[in-house]
Write a protein that binds this ligand. Structure first.
Ligand code: NI
Length: 427
């Protein structure tokens, strides 16, 4: 299958995958090494694996069963396998040709702490745990890509398949980077993807700059002086100060940030008191900040500090602000975005590759990889989000029709990033 081919995009309905409810795509080829398709048995096996992972979700840094299944698949494909990265992370290495170039393709493996409300056969068997973000599908798609590349390693260099733990809020990517993952293999470029409900099935979105927001948390402790509720002048009321502060915080995005920039500040926690007739000693306010650039993030943080200082003086309470920086913005390298858009176009056709969608105010820890190395993170359409099939919703499910598309995309990215000697880089 190696060589140069032209093929048309079509939807096949007469294949064995239909027995699993799968609609299988073949792929569109422009010019370049042929992109292969998964065989019916490979597709069936990977779909079964995806559903097995969905039925057995594991939370951050607890992905032991998932890691074992991934490692076993990688070993079965003949890859060099390394386990124990950040606890449960797995790495598979595939080399071809003589060049020293090395890239990483990344999937996340963790589930979310919520109860699944679906009723299909592969619904979660673990109460309070669910693959509600499609990381089961990301894992299966990267294994599918490895399957194609193992069969036809038409590239020159080394591909490191990174299966990371704890994408959801725990920073598994950062943990793997801090353990020296990038240096260990000499990784110079990094690539990631996320399924995207609401984007038509098999369509891609590739941002030239920031794709996802940075996310921080804040906790504000207001310390006043308790008093009888009938004699408020004898105390200092942290509840009143907290209420005023919550209102004032909304002025940050409304009045400090350029209207053409984007930021979110949401107060999501407000705790104080326990009795109807006691002004409490303390109140606590907490929430999240989302921004698309480090400069805006600094602006919001500075304004938050200033408003806390003002509330402290104005209401006579002591205020402690704890600001916890979280994931940075996920920002693609311009040249790598072009490379990945071209790879996506080879798979889906240029008309299905969207280049101008606004970024999401959600966050993603692939941002740490993109801080460390140039690369690109794309969205892959999971189809219409009917029936609340949205990320982090208890009725979500990954669309198995994406398995062959994701596999083809990974193969196309590798072909573009590690071209054979006779093939010029596409970017
Ligand atoms: Ni996710």
């Amino acid at each position: 299958m190696r060589g140069f081919y032209a093929r048309v995009f079509r939807l096949q309905s007469d294949n064995p995958g239909e027995s699993l409810g799968i609609r299988r795509y073949s792929v569109c080829i422009a010019i370049g090494p042929a992109i292969m398709s998964l065989s019916s048995s490979e597709l069936e096996s990977l779909t079964a694996l995806r559903r097995d992972l969905h039925a057995h979700p594991e939370l951050a840094f607890e992905e032991h069963r998932t890691a074992q299944r991934v490692a076993s698949r990688l070993a079965g494909l003949g890859l060099e396998v390394s386990t124990g990265w950040a606890g449960t992370g797995v790495v598979g290495v595939m080399s071809a040709g003589a060049s020293g170039r090395c890239i990483a393709l990344r999937a996340d493996m963790d589930a979310l702490p919520l109860d699944e409300l679906n009723h299909f056969a592969h619904r979660s068997r673990h109460p309070g745990k669910m693959h509600a973000c499609g990381h089961d599908g990301h894992t299966a798609m990267l294994l599918a890509g490895a399957t194609l590349l193992a069969r036809d390693p038409a590239f020159d260099g080394t591909v490191v398949f990174v299966f990371q733990p704890a994408e959801e809020a725990e920073g598994g990517a950062r943990a793997m980077i801090e353990q020296g993952l990038l240096e260990r293999y000499g990784i110079t470029r990094v690539y990631g993807l996320h399924n995207w409900p609401g984007l038509p099935l098999g369509h891609f979105a590739v941002h030239s700059g920031t794709a996802m927001a940075g996310t921080d948390q804040f906790r504000i402790l207001l310390k006043g002086h308790a008093a009888h509720a009938a004699m408020p002048h004898q105390g200092r009321d942290p509840v009143l100060a907290a209420c005023a502060l919550v209102q004032a915080l909304q002025s940050i995005v409304a009045r400090r940030i350029d209207p053409l920039d984007a930021a979110v500040l949401s107060v999501t926690r407000l705790h104080a008191g326990s009795a109807y007739n006691v002004i409490p000693e303390q109140a606590e306010v907490g929430g999240t900040v989302r921004t698309l650039s480090p400069a805006t993030r600094d602006q919001v943080r500075t304004a938050l500090e200033e408003l806390c200082q003002g509330a402290s003086r104005g209401y006579g309470v002591e205020i402690e602000l704890e600001y916890r920086p979280g994931y940075p913005p996920t920002t693609n390298d311009g040249a790598e975005a072009e490379r990945c858009a071209a790879a996506a176009a080879r798979v889906a056709g240029a008309q299905r590759v969207h280049r101008n969608l606004p970024p999401s105010m959600g966050a993603e820890d692939f941002a740490y990889f993109l801080e460390a190395r140039p690369g690109c993170y794309v969205w892959l359409g999971n189809g219409e989000a009917a029936g609340d099939c949205r990320l982090h919703n208890p009725r979500y499910d990954f669309n198995d029709a994406l398995l062959p598309i994701g596999a083809a995309y990974w193969q196309a990215v590798v072909a573009a990033a590690l071209p054979l000697a006779a093939t010029e880089p596409r970017v």
